[in-house]
Design a protein around this ligand. Structure first.
Ligand code: FES
Length: 168
């Protein structure tokens, strides 16, 4: 007869350890999966978003263009609409960010009738020239940012914002 017999105590100990480990893994796996989920997500597509505006319709007068996209922020997805002021400068398509460089309000084109051909910020009467240059003596401390611009299939696509390249 062999001396390698498993005692009742050992059998219970092994069984409880195995079952306990299995149950702990069952509880921990979903938590670990949840914690690292954003890392596991695939990120498809580029940084550019198609707008509804055709390149052919853009003139030298700034128009407000909506930029709609789905924003993924860690575990949360939300629909976001940003805005750009778009116009033609010669052959170049320009898309300026409407975010004021003073405290972040939204600027509008020719919203102050006493200052035509300028962007106006209603919060503290900040003003910008058409190329986004902040007018000296008004609160903004720098020019409006620009969006990266692309043309695809005749439509305007907008990308990330960058520092203004029009103001010398
Ligand atoms: S936020 Fe635009 S002028 Fe102050």
């Amino acid at each position: 007869m062999s001396n390698n017999r498993v005692s009742r105590r050992q059998f219970l100990s092994y069984t409880l350890t195995g079952v306990g480990g299995f149950m702990a893994a069952g509880m921990l796996m979903p938590m670990v999966r949840f914690a690292i989920d954003p890392v596991l997500q695939k990120h498809g597509g580029g940084d550019f978003v198609q707008t509804e505006h055709k390149i052919a319709d853009i003139t030298d007068k700034p128009v407000k263009v909506d930029l709609k996209f789905e924003q993924v922020d860690a575990w949360y997805k939300s629909d976001v609409t940003n805005v750009a002021w778009v116009f033609k400068e010669g052959d170049q398509i320009v898309a300026l960010s409407p975010v004021c460089k003073h405290l972040g309000c939204m600027v509008g084109w020719e919203e102050d009738s006493s200052h035509p051909n300028q962007f106006f910020c209603p919060c503290h009467a900040g003003r910008y020239e058409k190329n986004g240059k902040n007018v000296p003596g008004t609160p903004p401390t720098g020019p409006l940012d620009e969006y990266e611009v692309q043309e695809k299939n005749g439509f305007l696509w907008l990308g990330p914002t960058k520092a203004n390249t029009l103001v010398k």
